[in-house]
Design a protein around this ligand. Structure first.
Ligand code: ADP
Ligand code: MG
Length: 313
C-alpha cells in the first residue's frame, strides 16, 4: 500500500474486523425502528455493496457507522472501539463517509482547500498536509482541478473531490451513500473503476450503498440486501446476483447481462439444449471466450445445435 514514508499509520491487517454492528437498533424519535437488531461485521480489505428498497435503512446504517447517529440499543465498533457518546467525535479519523449529496460535503472555496480541510483541522504538519493532498489529487485523477472553485465543478468531479477529501484522512474504512446517483453512465463507470483501484491496489475497505446491480457486479465481492431495517441477504456477489428468482422476490433487478443469459438459458432448455453453467454478472465475464465456449461446445458436441445457429444467438 502506498503510504508517505514519514507517517506511521496504524491500520488493520487484511481480514481483521474494521466495522461491526452488534445487535444494533435505531429509532428516529418516536417513529418506527429504522434499524432492527442488526449484526454485521466488515473486515479489512472487503468491498461490500449494500442495496435495498427506499426506506430500508441503508443511509441510517452508514450514519450509525460514522457516529453521526448513536444506536438506540446495541453497539457499533470501529477498529474494535465502541463508538459511543464519548468516541463519536473521533470516528471521522477512522471512517470516511461520502454523503449522497456532494453539496453537503464540500464547503471550501477551492478544490485544494477543501481536500486539505480535514488534515488541517487535526493540526497535521504543513508538509504532511501537502503530501497527503497531492497524493489524494493524483489518486482521484483530479490534479488538474486543484485550483478550481468548487461551484465550477460537474457532479462527477464533485464526487471525486469529496472522495479525495476522505482519502487524505487515511481512514480504515470508507462508506459511500449512493455515489453514482445523478451521474451519467460513463461517469459512473469511471467512478466504479476508481473504487476497484482503491480496494484492489490500495487496500481500502469500501462499503457502498447503491441500487445498481450492473455496477455492483463490477466492484463488490460481497453484497448485502436490506429490507425493513434488517439484512435479508448477505453473500458473495457472484452467488447473490445470479440467483435471479431470489432477487425478484426481494424486488432487486439482476444485472442486465445476467437477466439476458437467464432468459437465454430458458430458451435453450425449452429446446432441450444444454444451458450455460454459470450465469455471468458482467459483460467481461459474458464475453470471456471460455464462458461462451463451454456453453456452445456442449451443445455443438451433442449435435443439438449447429454452429451456424449459435452464431445468430
Ligand atoms: N431524519 C429522520 N427522521 C425521521 N425518520 C427518518 C429520518 N431519516 C430517515 N427516516 C426514516 O427511517 C427509515 C430508513 O430511512 P433511510 O435510512 O434513509 O433509508 P434508505 O437510505 O434505505 O432509503 C425510513 O422509514 C425513513 O422514513
Ligand atoms: Mg438513503
Amino acid at each position: 500500500m502506498h503510504r508517505s514514508s514519514c507517517e506511521k499509520i496504524k491500520r488493520c491487517a487484511a481480514g481483521e474486523e474494521v466495522l461491526r454492528y452488534d445487535r444494533v437498533s435505531f429509532q428516529y424519535g418516536k417513529g418506527m425502528r429504522a434499524i432492527k437488531k442488526m449484526s454485521l461485521t466488515v473486515t479489512s480489505g472487503e468491498s461490500v455493496a449494500i442495496c435495498g428498497p427506499n426506506g430500508s435503512g441503508k443511509t441510517t446504517l452508514l450514519k450509525l457507522a460514522s457516529g453521526i447517529l448513536l444506536p438506540s440499543s446495541g453497539s457499533v465498533y470501529l477498529g474494535g472501539e465502541n463508538i459511543d457518546k464519548k468516541k463519536r467525535k473521533d470516528a471521522f479519523k477512522k471512517i470516511g463517509f461520502l454523503f449522497q449529496s456532494s453539496e453537503d460535503q464540500l464547503f471550501c472555496p477551492t478544490v485544494k482547500e477543501d481536500i486539505a480541510y480535514g488534515p488541517t483541522n487535526i493540526n497535521l504538519e504543513k508538509e504532511v498536509i501537502e503530501k497527503r493532498t497531492q497524493d489524494a489529487l493524483k489518486l482521484m485523477k483530479i490534479k488538474h482541478l486543484e485550483n478550481r472553485p468548487i461551484h465550477h465543478l460537474s457532479g462527477g468531479e464533485k464526487k471525486r473531490v469529496a472522495l479525495a477529501g476522505l482519502l487524505v484522512m487515511r481512514p480504515e474504512v470508507i462508506v459511500l451513500d449512493e455515489p453514482t446517483g445523478g451521474l451519467d453512465r460513463p461517469t459512473s463507470k469511471e467512478l466504479i473503476k476508481t473504487f476497484r483501484h482503491l480496494n484492489n491496489d490500495h487496500g481500502y475497505t469500501l462499503v457502498v450503498v447503491t441500487h445498481d446491480t450492473d455496477l455492483i457486479a463490477e466492484f463488490a465481492k460481497r453484497i448485502i440486501i436490506m429490507n425493513n431495517g434488517e439484512i435479508c441477504v448477505d453473500g458473495l456477489t457472484s452467488d447473490v446476483l445470479t440467483d435471479v428468482s431470489m432477487l425478484k422476490s426481494v424486488n432487486i433487478e439482476a444485472p442486465i447481462i445476467t437477466q439476458y443469459f437467464n432468459w437465454h438459458n430458458k430458451q435453450l432448455q425449452d429446446h432441450k439444449m444444454k444451458a450455460t453453467r454459470d450465469l455471468p454478472t458482467t459483460l467481461a465475464q459474458a464475453c470471456c471466450k471460455e464462458h461462451m465456449c463451454s456453453c456452445q461446445k456442449s451443445n455443438v458436441v451433442e449435435r443439438k445445435i449447429s454452429p451456424a445457429v449459435l452464431k445468430q444467438v
